[in-house]
Design a protein around this ligand. Structure first.
Ligand code: BGC
Length: 396
């Protein structure tokens, strides 16, 4: 079978994404670091040096730029900027400023995430997003960070608030270690919405030219026949509530990996016969197209930016297969009139997948002893797409 090639508009943006705790290493003032080193830890291994991207970001941005990609989405780590309550680090702020400058020097457009799951331990220890003063503390951090964002166009306030509300729901004090995946805590959901609206307001006031949005974990919900009502009830607090709150932003970030079937009693396990990725998720490239179409409707035609999509695999050819099929659906959605501004692959690097390094999502691997970067063929393939605006499958 040969797959047809298809073109994307010349102003469509191609890039890759990372998150600070997952790549930088030694994020020692964060709640995640404490969780990893707790005697009661629920994670299989600690993040440690991660990919040492805190020191090697220059090489990482260079690789991204040389491949042909033109956007790097990375995060600023609140736990580094404010390691103790009220104690702000100018040196850390300047570190992130250097990352922005490095992007610019390489002709790479930065997209900066202000909050990507990890938070300062002092903030988590007193309830995290359920603290009565959560908004005030987050606002102080956002205003501090804005000092270095004056020429940054693309800003994500909060990564996947719906996942944050699920994973932090029910956690109290430092007992977040015991957190499972309960229904989202409505207090936390509301706090995150207020935090997003506050941050968007503050940023737009100071940087009216910036493009601000937040990113949603899109789960491509499917109803088991006869369970449509159950699906809607399940989906609303876990996804649509947050998507609606992003309506009217400059963009809404779609992050899609998988689909979820909902039956009478909630999620239904995927079939044993399904191909699975290293995270145990179903291999399902159509997730992205479904997510785009759903988000477009729920967010009232807010322009979409694909801020994450990819899969954990040791087989880089499968990464290309997955991405090719996902992009074919993006192309079709755009043909149907949906505004999609760009595509950022998750992830630039094999990274710390919240508890383990085993699931490898990267376009670039690295040597476990030396940290030497090892670009995979998928990086060059995606970079060529960015240069030529044409998507072709290399071996189908
Ligand atoms: C998150 C990333 C994560 C990825 C793959 C997204 O939910 O934003 O931090 O690594 O999915 O699990």
């Amino acid at each position: 079978m040969t797959s047809p090639a298809f073109g994307f508009p010349k102003n469509f943006i191609w890039g890759a994404a990372t998150a600070p705790h997952q790549v930088e290493g030694n994020n020692i003032a964060s709640d995640w670091w404490a969780r990893e080193h707790s005697p009661r830890t629920d994670v299989s291994e600690p993040s440690g040096d991660a990919c040492d991207s805190y020191n090697r970001y220059g090489e990482d941005i260079k690789l991204l730029a040389e491949s042909g990609l033109t956007m790097y989405r990375f995060g600023i780590e609140w736990a580094r900027i404010e390691p103790a309550e009220g104690c702000f680090s100018k040196a850390q702020l300047l570190h992130y400023r250097r990352m922005i400058d490095t992007c610019r020097e390489r002709g790479v457009e930065p997209m900066v995430t202000l909050y990507h799951f990890s938070m300062p331990l002092w903030f988590a220890a007193k309830g995290g997003w359920s603290r009565p003063d959560a908004l005030e503390k987050f606002e102080r951090y956002v205003r501090y960070v804005l000092q270095i964002l004056d020429d940054v166009t693309w800003i994500c306030t909060i990564n996947e608030p719906n996942m944050v509300a699920l994973t932090q729901g029910g956690t109290q004090g430092t007992d977040f270690i015991a957190a499972s995946l309960p229904a989202p805590d409505p207090v936390i959901s509301k706090a995150l919405v207020s935090a997003h609206h506050m941050a968007r307001g503050v940023i737009k006031e100071q940087l009216p030219e910036s493009k601000v949005g937040w990113t949603i974990a899109c789960q491509a919900f499917h109803a088991v026949p006869g369970c449509e009502k159950e699906m809607e009830e399940y989906q609303y607090p876990r996804e649509d509530y947050f998507t609606k709150e992003g309506a009217g932003d400059d963009f809404i970030g779609v992050q899609a990996y998988l689909r979820t079937f909902i039956g009478k009693n909630g999620p239904v396990p995927i079939s044993d016969a399904a191909e699975r990725t290293l995270t145990g998720w179903e291999y399902f490239p159509p997730a992205l197209g479904i997510a785009i179409r759903h988000t477009w409707e729920v967010a009232g035609h807010t322009p979409i930016f694909i801020t994450e999509n990819g899969l954990a695999t040791n087989d880089d050819r499968r990464r290309i297969d997955y991405t090719f099929d996902a992009l074919a659906d993006v192309h079709e959605a755009m043909d149907d009139g949906i505004a999609v501004l760009g595509y950022l692959h998750w992830s630039l690097l094999d990274n710390y997948e919240w508890g383990s390094f085993r699931p490898t999502f990267g376009l670039v691997g690295w040597d476990k002893k030396t940290f030497e970067r090892q670009p995979k063929p998928s990086l060059g393939w995606l970079g060529d797409i960015s240069r030529t605006h044409m998507v072709a499958h290399p071996y189908r």
